[in-house]
Design a protein around this ligand. Structure first.
Ligand SMILES: Cc1cc2nc3c(=O)[nH]c(=O)nc-3n(C[C@H](O)[C@H](O)[C@H](O)COP(=O)(O)O)c2cc1C
Length: 200
């Protein structure tokens, strides 16, 4: 699959096939994609808890402000930041910015790989951190920043619209109107009908 196509076609999947677990090989490929993300000074400030235990997944779903669909995921990765490593190397800016950016980049790598492999995934940041600390026995030097649900898709969501690149891109200085016409370049969505989009 062409890279842009993988990016365009990836959707947040919130419904998963029951009785179709994610195999160890797929899990390995997802983690492989994750670890090749860029990070500040190649610090790789991340830690991951891979959760397959249905009771723990249910508890995580409650911690995610009771987003009930989360409990239907056969696999969850909880992406965490190693606070000690980050603080020692880059201090406050490392904590507030670099480690968030690099774990986000790695998370997106994993979402794209999931889609490429025919899996579905969803990135969740709306959760109560204190609850996740308790559920996973996390020490205080580890901060959970994202929950990624993974499974085989059992839904085909409509396409949530995106802004055109010219709606958010300036040239040379803020506030200028972009003269370059990037709109729609490479988009697979030209072939879609109105009904395929969310909210149209
Ligand atoms: C930082 C971040 C946090 C998110 N948190 C949640 C969440 O808590 N619950 C949820 O259902 N989706 C969550 N999402 C998924 C977004 O709702 C989704 O990416 C967006 O609606 C666009 O849809 P798409 O991913 O299918 O393109 C999150 C996405 C990101 C990047």
């Amino acid at each position: 699959m062409e890279l842009l196509r993988v990016m365009e076609e990836r959707r947040s999947i919130r419904k998963y096939k029951k009785d179709k677990p994610v195999g160890d090989e797929e899990i390995g490929e997802l983690l492989e994609a994750f670890r090749w993300a860029p990070s500040e000074g190649n610090l790789q400030p991340w830690l991951i808890i891979a959760v397959k235990d249905g009771r723990i997944i249910k508890e995580l779903s409650l911690a995610a402000y009771d987003q009930g669909w989360v409990s239907g995921a056969p696999l969850i990765f909880v992406v965490c930041i190693d606070i000690k490593k980050t603080m020692n190397s880059f201090g406050e800016r490392g904590m507030n910015l670099y480690s968030i950016q690099s774990t986000a980049a790695a998370t997106q790598n994993m979402l794209l790989m999931a889609h490429y492999k025919g899996l579905g995934a969803c990135w969740i940041s709306a959760f109560e951190e204190d609850k996740v600390y308790r559920i996973l026995d996390l020490p205080e030097w580890v901060r959970p920043v994202a929950i990624i649900t993974v499974g085989y898709p059992d839904e085909n969501p409509k396409v949530p619209l995106r802004l055109d690149v010219t709606d958010f891109t300036f040239e040379d200085k803020f506030g200028t109107e972009s003269r370059v016409r990037w709109k729609g370049i490479g988009s697979i969505f030209k072939a879609l009908k109105k009904d395929d989009f969310e909210g149209l």
